[in-house]
Design a protein around this ligand. Structure first.
Ligand SMILES: *[C@@H]1O[C@H](CO)[C@@H](O)[C@H](O)[C@H]1NC(C)=O
Ligand SMILES: *[C@@H]1O[C@H](CO)[C@@H](O)[C@H](O)[C@H]1NC(C)=O
Ligand SMILES: *[C@@H]1O[C@H](CO)[C@@H](O)[C@H](O)[C@H]1NC(C)=O
Ligand SMILES: *[C@@H]1O[C@H](CO)[C@@H](O)[C@H](O)[C@H]1NC(C)=O
Length: 264
């Protein structure tokens, strides 16, 4: 009895696999990249052979591999999905071969491999696809210690940039574009939403302080995302003692803030 049941099961499995490989395949785009907080798409379509003219989808299942969470299913004409997940096609129906998954408000937990199972009246197919999530680092901020740079004492500049993912890099340059190695290792902290905050320090000797220092933030692929600059006046004597902060966003918009501490 039991062996007959097992045999029967085998028959079903083999038949299903045979049909899947012969008549339909789920084809997924590789290298799906999503932006943190934005919409991401896992792009998969069901391809049918010429033998199958008019397939109808019976079941779709999207599963996150690491947590084994079913994030979306379509079965018996009904779609059930977790809050941030839906079909990418706005009014998807069982005749639509584009079974792409749309994730809204993408988080770092969405990173990973997904399994997409499709069953049709002409066969079944399963495929896997991956999601990578990135986040752009914010404009860096430079602080100096002591706050007032007098050239009478050594100074430490601190640059930090947050809101990025994965790990990026901070680099220091003087006004001639000469790079200065950071003083000590780059520190990287995880903020509450899982994104990184990078902090780098640059120690300056009072005798060799240049007139401008720029801190640039680079993403994990080594592409510059933003920068900030700190200007130090050449002769900070008397009333003219002060600093100018200048920041330039990637888009080319300039934002200048003058901080002068002249006596009134
Ligand atoms: C999965 O998708 C890839 C990319 O579209 C495709 O090359 C591959 O044949 C698919 N695998 C299966 C088992 O359908
Ligand atoms: C599937 O549908 C989405 C949303 O309409 C679209 O952006 C994507 O390009 C489609 N995929 C394919 C392979 O046609
Ligand atoms: C996106 O998710 C974050 C937390 O992960 C939440 O604070 C925020 O309100 C969400 N935004 C939208 C538009 O749902
Ligand atoms: C780095 O930035 C470039 C340009 O914006 C982008 O194409 C690339 O995907 C980014 N890489 C990472 C890991 O964020």
């Amino acid at each position: 009895m039991a062996s007959i049941a097992v045999l029967f099961l085998f028959f079903i499995v083999i038949r299903a696999q045979g049909e899947g490989q012969t008549f339909i395949t789920v084809e997924c785009k590789t290298g799906n990249v999503g932006q943190f907080g934005q919409q991401s798409m896992l792009d998969c379509v069901v391809k049918t052979t010429q033998v199958v003219k008019d397939a109808t989808i019976l079941v779709v299942s999207w599963e996150k591999k690491d947590t084994e969470a079913i994030v979306l299913t379509f079965e018996k004409g009904k779609t059930v999905a977790q809050p941030r997940f839906r079909f990418a096609e706005p009014s998807w129906n069982e005749k639509n071969m584009n079974v792409s998954l749309l994730i809204t408000n993408t988080t770092l937990e969405d990173i990973g491999e997904y399994k997409c199972v499709v069953m049709t009246d002409s066969g079944d197919s399963t495929n896997y696809t991956n999601l990578i999530v990135t986040a752009k680092y914010n404009k860096p901020m430079i602080h100096s210690n002591p706050e007032k740079i007098t050239r009478d004492e050594d100074v430490t500049l601190t640059c930090s940039s947050e809101g990025g993912y994965p790990k990026g890099q901070l680099r220091w340059f003087d006004e001639h574009g000469q790079e200065w190695p950071e003083s000590g290792p780059l520190t990287m902290e995880k903020t509450s939403n899982g994104l990184f905050k990078l902090t780098s320090r640059l120690s300056l000797l009072k005798s060799t302080i240049f007139s401008k220092y720029t801190c640039k933030v680079f993403n994990a692929s080594g592409v510059k995302e933003d920068e900030a600059a700190l200007e130090i006046p050449e002769n900070p004597a008397g009333d003219h003692r002060g600093m100018t902060f200048e920041s330039a966003a990637e888009e080319g918009d300039h934002l200048n803030t003058q901080h002068n501490d002249n006596e009134a």
